[in-house]
Design a protein around this ligand. Structure first.
Ligand code: ZN
Ligand code: ZN
Length: 351
């Protein structure tokens, strides 16, 4: 964690300070898991600001930072600590306009918005982070396998989501990674069909997009299963999505761009006539956030590096009919992608 702080410090100019407010970025630099804390640093100093409730926790979790119990209004402490600064960088996507104005009122230095300083570092994971995400993926695989037995005609989507949540927590997850998508039958056409009151019927396909959080790190996996015999047409769609997913996975390698990987899956789906039914990017980075950089999409120019963690998740969505999505979480390695989602991708027929 000390190294992460040093890398940020190396990017700062003399008389420049950086006030980190995004909770995930704060956690990444400090190790602090509480809900109220900030990192403030310049080229040579690095502070962790929190309130008295977290004084002891901060001492334990952030030994590499100087702990400051901030004043009732944290901006007063920021002003005091950064006296003599020329600029104070803030995270434009996190600090509200209201707080920006309050902060600027307290400071003689100029408050300047920046983007992605910490996010850029977070793209490539270290071994500890990979191990935590791998554990989150293992919990997800196990919960999925267990809950497959529960998916049957007459059960509501919401009940499936609840069972998955119980299973994940029993297996060590601190929380779920997002509101689970459980989309059955026609609802399968909704790429983000959060579990509803709808009851599963025999013959339907059910898309389950699920993930766990383990020590702050997320996992993300989608499987589409058939309940009962399943619709023959959707089985064909399933084979197309699976082929697109596996061909894109094979292409994942250090040095490839997000655009190139997306194109492989998109071309397969488009050539078979479903290009318009695959309306989202192929994948995204996963870490302290469920969606982070890099993006794997037609617009993505990020070049894949070793130890990035990404998803590969093509889908085909057919209004009034249903849909199929298959998503794996993978680590980018020198020779290719190493799958962290290990659940079977053969069409599972449940009854
Ligand atoms: Zn997902
Ligand atoms: Zn995803």
């Amino acid at each position: 964690m000390e190294k992460r702080v040093e890398k940020i410090q190396a990017e700062l100019a003399p008389f420049q300070w950086f006030f980190v407010t995004d909770p995930k970025n704060v956690r990444y630099l400090s190790g602090f898991t509480g809900t109220s804390g900030y990192v403030l640093l310049n080229q040579s100093e690095a502070y962790f600001l929190t309130d008295f409730r977290y004084a002891e926790q901060a001492k334990l979790q952030c030994p590499h930072l100087e702990i400051v119990i901030h004043k009732p209004i944290v901006f007063d402490s920021v002003a005091e600590l950064t006296k003599g600064a020329k600029t104070l960088l803030v995270e434009a996507s996190n600090l509200t306009w209201e707080n920006y104005q309050k902060l600027q009122e307290k400071l003689a230095s100029a408050v300047t918005g920046t983007k992605d300083i910490v996010e850029k570092l977070r793209i490539v994971k270290d071994q500890k982070e990979i191990a935590l995400i791998e554990e989150a993926a293992r919990i997800t695989d196990e919960a999925f396998l267990e809950v497959c037995d529960f998916i049957k005609p007459g059960v509501r989507e919401k009940d499936i989501a609840r069972e998955l949540e119980f299973a994940m927590k029993r297996k060590g997850a601190s929380q779920v990674a997002f509101d689970f998508i459980v989309a059955s039958g026609e609802r399968g056409a909704l790429p983000h069909g959060v579990a509803s009151e709808k009851t599963i019927k025999a013959g339907e396909f059910v898309t389950l997009d699920i993930g766990a959080v383990y020590e702050g790190y997320h996992s993300d996996m989608t499987r589409t299963v058939a309940v009962g015999y399943g619709d023959g047409f959707l089985k064909e769609i399933y084979e197309i999505v699976l082929k697109a997913q596996e061909e894109a996975l094979k292409a994942v390698k250090v040095g490839k761009s997000g655009f190139e990987i997306d194109k492989i899956a998109r071309d397969i789906i488009t050539d078979l006539g479903y290009g318009d039914n695959f309306g989202h990017g192929l994948g995204h980075g996963v870490g302290l956030d469920i969606h982070e950089q890099p993006r794997i999409s037609p617009q993505a120019d990020t070049i894949l590096e070793e130890n990035m963690i990404i998803t590969i998740e093509p889908g085909i969505y057919l209004p009034q009919k249903g849909g199929v999505r298959i998503e794996d979480l993978v680590v980018v390695e020198a020779e290719g992608a190493r799958r962290l989602s290990l659940s079977s991708k053969e069409l599972i027929v449940l009854c």
